[in-house]
Design a binder for this molecule. Sequence first.
Ligand code: CDP
Length: 234
Amino acid sequence: MSYAKRFDKRRLDEMRKIDAKVGVIKRADGSAMFQIGDTIAIAAVYGPRALHPKFLQNPEKGILRCNYDMISFSVPDRKRPGPARRSTEISLVTEKALLPVLDLKQFPNAVVDVFIQIVQANAGTRCAGICAASMALAHAGVPMSDLISAISVGKVSDKIVIDLNKEEEDHEEGATDIPVAMNSEGEITLLQLDGNVSKSELFQALEFAKKGCSEIDVIQRKALKDFYKGVKNE
Ligand code: CDP
C-alpha cells in the first residue's frame, strides 16, 4: 500500500514548524534553543577554557567536546537516565558535524564544551541538537567560517519525505531515516542512513535535505540577529 498522505498532512517536502532562539541560558558562554515540531533541543556552550586533565590537551589547537543527552521524560515511555551507546554515538557524530566550520587554532590546550539536552523528543533529535549547538557556538563567539544546519530526510513506505516524525519512523511498512547536516554552501558534514533506499531515492532525499537546510540556515541566522538587535535596544 502506498503512503498517499502524510499522517500530519504535510507536503512530502514540508518540514514541521520551526522555532529558534539564542541566549536562553544566562550562565553559559553561548546558548540556543531549536524546536522542530514537538522535538525541542537546548544547547549550552562553555569555553574555550583550559582543558583538564592536561594529558588530553592539544598544544596545536583547542578541542570540541559535545555531550548529547535526552532527558528521561522527553519521550512517552520514560527513557532510562544516564549515558548509553546511543547518546555516545550521537555526541560523537555531532562533534564531527560541527568541527569543519570551527577554527580552534587560536585556543591551544583549551576545550569548548557543548551540552545538548533534548527536553522533548519526537524524532529528529540529533539534527535539532546540531542546529541548536551550531547557533550556541556562534552565540558564544567561537570563530566559525559558517553555520551548520541539519535535517532528517528519508523514506516512509514508498515515499521520500523530509523531517520524519516518530509516527512516520514507526510506519508499519518500514521507514528509512537519513540525518543530514551541511554548511550554507551545501557541503555535507554528516550523513547517516538507517534503512534501505535506492541510489536515485537517496539523491532525491538529499535534494530535500539541501532545501530544508537552507531554510533552517535562514531561521538560525535570524535568531542570532534578533538576539543582537535586542541587546542593542536594552
Ligand atoms: O532522534 P533521532 O531521530 O536523531 O535518533 P533515533 O535514535 O533514530 O531516535 C528516533 C526517535 O525515537 C527519538 O527522536 C525519540 O522520539 C524516540 N526514542 C525513544 O522514544 N526512546 C529512546 N530511548 C530513544 C529514542
